[in-house]
Structures are given as structure tokens and as C-alpha cells.
Write a protein that binds this ligand. Structure first.
Ligand SMILES: [Zn+2]
Length: 177
């Protein structure tokens, strides 16, 4: 930090505190050459993340909205709030770390779906059926069957696939009525 009086680059911080709005840190410095004192403000560069919706409309990334959608899907399922919140934080970080300021809403949706598939098949089916808003249940079931086949081959996880199929059967029964 260049001293405004003598342009020396050496200074020491003598006091540091949050500025009024808490979005910056105010530092009192003393130049090591001329002993003049000056103040600097350090501010986190705020990077607003935008979500590109289907029609191309942008809106600010809203973590509470994603969390709300997941909570709804996870209703009465053994999934802690912590798991959901950590996931959304990770999601936000992943997007920001690759330097993007915009993300397609479809990517968010797919990531949420994949996460739910990992942690709870019932929540997964609930979310996927709402999110993808399929024209009819069959279209959804077809896609799901493909996905299950794929997953089954990949992971050879019989138990998980079985419970997913069970969840599907429940949905199928419901829609028949
Ligand atoms: Zn100086």
C-alpha cells in the first residue's frame, strides 16, 4: 500500500476494524519511512451470480429459493438441513470458482437432481417430477428407467435401484387413481 505522502510501499497496520456497513475493513496505517498515518479500506469484491432462465431472462442467484425447493422435495425424509445447505454452498462455490458470473437454471436443476439421487430416492423422484415438468408420467418414467439402467450398470448398486423402483411404483399407483 503506497503511502500518499512519500510513496513508500512499506507501512504497518496500527488499527483494523469493520466499516459501518460491514462490507469493508477500515485499516489505519503508518508509513514506515515518513511515519505519516493514513487510512485504507479493504472491500471484498462482490460478485453477483446470475441465473439464466429458460427464456434467457436473468435473475440473481437465490440460494434460499434452491433450498426451499429441496426442503419441499425432502419433506419427511431423513435429510438434515445441514446437508441441503452445504450442498447449496458448494454449488455456489463451484460456479464462482470457475469464474462464471452466470449459470443456466438447467444446470442448477440437474445438479440438484443428481445430488438428491445420491442421497434419497424419494426426494429425487419428487424433485425430478416437478422440476422436469414432464407432459405425462410415462415420459418421466421412461427417462427414469434409462437413468436407472445407466446407474445400475455404473454402480451395480442393487439396493438403491430397488428402492428407487419402489418409489416409482408408489408414484405410478398414485397417478392411476
Ligand atoms: Zn510515507
Amino acid at each position: 500500500m503506497k503511502c500518499p505522502f512519500c510513496s513508500s510501499l512499506e507501512s504497518k497496520v496500527i488499527d483494523s476494524r469493520l466499516a459501518k456497513e460491514d462490507t469493508s475493513i477500515r485499516r489505519r496505517r503508518e508509513c514506515l519511512s515518513c511515519k505519516s498515518r493514513f487510512t485504507t479500506y479493504e472491500r471484498v469484491e462482490e460478485m453477483e451470480l446470475l441465473v439464466i432462465k429458460k427464456g434467457g431472462v436473468r435473475e440473481p442467484f437465490d440460494r434460499s429459493k434452491i433450498i426451499a425447493g429441496m426442503i419441499k422435495a425432502c419433506e419427511k425424509r431423513p435429510i438434515s438441513m445441514e446437508v441441503i445447505e452445504n450442498f447449496v454452498s458448494d454449488l455456489e462455490r463451484v460456479i464462482q470458482e470457475r469464474g462464471d458470473r452466470e449459470v443456466e437454471s438447467s444446470e442448477i436443476g440437474e445438479r440438484v437432481i443428481n445430488k438428491l439421487y445420491e442421497i434419497d430416492e424419494v426426494a429425487y423422484v419428487r424433485f425430478a417430477s416437478v422440476y422436469r415438468s414432464f407432459k405425462d408420467v410415462n415420459q418421466f418414467l421412461n427417462e427414469l428407467t434409462d437413468l436407472l439402467k445407466e446407474k445400475g450398470e455404473q454402480m451395480k448398486l442393487g439396493r438403491k435401484t430397488d428402492s428407487t423402483l419402489h418409489a416409482l411404483t408408489l408414484i405410478k399407483d398414485k397417478t392411476k387413481k
